[in-house]
Design a protein around this ligand. Structure first.
Ligand SMILES: C[S@@+](CC[C@H](N)C(=O)[O-])C[C@H]1O[C@@H](n2cnc3c(N)ncnc32)[C@H](O)[C@@H]1O
Length: 442
């Protein structure tokens, strides 16, 4: 393994019982890691990580930090059961560390597996880019905007597509997508071109802004939106990065498209380190926020698919997931959930219209419990784990996710002991909303 560089952290928080919600859990420590290192922002200028921007991603620097904190040794294998944009796997593979991951969202699985394939020849990709440009320009002359929606230029089957894209922009985007689809090249090269197009889509070429986290629609009628130059910039970054990282040796990395609460796969080696960040119980929907990509890349072609995926995704709360959670009472799936989660759920249920959010939170922790249990066949007997989570507030009730997760991990009866609950930053969306690394081991 190469020398993992980390920046020494400053102890900037004070242990303050008020900001700590009266909690004096001795496992809690406060070690601030700057936003520019801990969040997706850290990846924006780092090779490979910059190929796709997922706002809830953590930073590659944080992955290195966790590897160092867990005393990473040569020969260790890392698992990330909630891979997202595959920050953990990319960083491990770049540092020569073997790793594997799970991801339920088919688009994010496409992003991760494409970002982990560095076998393409960069000069061949450069030539291919020229070829795509020529074909694209010819196709723009051959088709017209009135062909949009015909069999030749099918538009994404998303609800209200012209809310998402300006018609002239969508026309060029679809022509470019069809050009890439029809170009004669190998699958890995094609996937990199499609990844570049997906990465250019949001926020540059779509009528959205990223807001603090979530997509928001904006009016872009008067913006100068340029499809080809934006796409070309993405592909040039990919070419540049493949060229600079070409030295290796890389760790082997495999990303499986599977549900982490019930992974239906076999892996060659067990992991002895787990570095991950599950969704937070904050109603952020990964499915909603990747809808433009899921539909534009034709991974989904009916609105129902997004609702069904959101139901299965931890923390999903959009569309039908919400209506089904509004009814009845979600019960605890594990005795420890009864102890740790149900008292908080009760407080939420007491608030006006609190049942939905009480059910949402119970389902969230039930699924986290199932995921940790289902991970057993994939980890060694001496596994060390690091979960990055965020505290939240539902119906005004404080959900101290980090402490609840720590108690859940210990209370599942799998032999885990929590070593520290390390609060690394306060999220700017509210008071006491810490982002925390929960460390545990067997
Ligand atoms: C916080 S994000 C992970 C971000 C990641 N650390 C990164 O840097 O990009 C959580 C991920 O968990 C995925 N997820 C949610 N429920 C899942 C499940 N049941 N099985 C597998 N993945 C799931 C979501 O689709 C999302 O990509």
């Amino acid at each position: 393994m190469k020398n993992l560089k980390t920046t020494p952290r400053q102890l900037t928080f004070q242990l303050d019982t008020k900001s700590n919600n009266g909690n004096t859990d001795p496992r809690i420590s406060y070690n601030k890691i700057p936003v520019m290192k801990s969040t997706f922002k850290a990846g924006l200028d780092q090779p490979v990580h910059r190929w796709f921007r997922l706002t809830p991603s953590f930073g590659p620097d944080l992955v290195r930090e966790m590897l160092v904190s867990m005393n990473y040794k040569k020969g260790d294998t890392v698992l990330d059961p909630f891979a997202g944009a595959s920050t953990t796997l990319i960083e491990c593979a770049l540092n020569g560390i073997d790793c594997f991951g799970f991801e339920i969202n088919p688009f994010l699985h496409f992003v991760g597996s494409t970002c982990l394939n560095w076998s393409v020849d960069p000069s061949q990709l450069e030539n291919l880019l020229c070829k795509v440009k020529n074909h694209f320009q010819t196709s723009l002359k051959f088709f017209s905007i009135t062909d949009l929606g015909s069999g030749k230029l099918p538009i994404p089957k998303i609800h209200n597509p012209f809310r998402w894209w300006r018609k002239d922009v969508l026309y060029e985007l679809v022509v470019l997508r069809e050009t890439i689809k029809s170009i004669d090249c190998d699958k890995d090269e094609k996937n990199l071109l499609l990844l570049g197009l997906a990465a250019a889509l949001v926020p540059d070429l779509t009528n959205v802004t990223l807001g603090r986290l979530q997509l928001h629609f904006i009016d872009r009628d008067n913006d100068n939106i340029e499809v080809w130059p934006t796409f070309e910039r993405q592909i040039k970054e990919i070419i540049e990065d493949i060229t600079t990282i070409s030295h290796g040796p890389f760790g082997t990395a495999s990303l499986y498209h599977t549900d982490a609460t019930n992974p239906s796969i076999k892996v060659p080696n067990k992991a002895n380190l787990v570095i991950t960040s599950p969704p937070y119980p904050n109603r952020y929907s990964y499915v909603w926020n990747t809808r433009p990509h899921l539909y534009f890349l034709e991974i989904f072609d009916t609105p129902k698919q997004a609702g069904t995926l959101d139901m299965k995704t931890i923390g999903g709360t959009w569309g039908s997931a919400t209506s089904s959670l509004a009814k009845g009472k979600v019960e605890a799936d594990f005795p420890v959930i009864d102890k740790v989660v149900m008292p908080v759920a009760r407080k939420i249920r007491e608030q006006e219209n609190g049942n939905l959010m009480a059910n949402y939170m119970t389902k969230y922790f039930n699924l986290i419990g199932h995921q940790i249990t289902a991970m057993e066949p994939f980890v060694s007997n001496d596994v060390r784990i690091a979960y990055v989570v965020g505290c939240s507030r539902l119906k005004g009730v404080y959900v101290e996710t980090d402490v609840m997760l720590a108690n859940l991990i210990e209370g599942l009866g799998l032999g885990y002991k929590v070593s520290s609950i390390e609060r690394i930053r306060k999220r700017n969306s509210g008071k006491n909303l810490y982002e925390t690394i929960v460390y545990a081991s067997k």
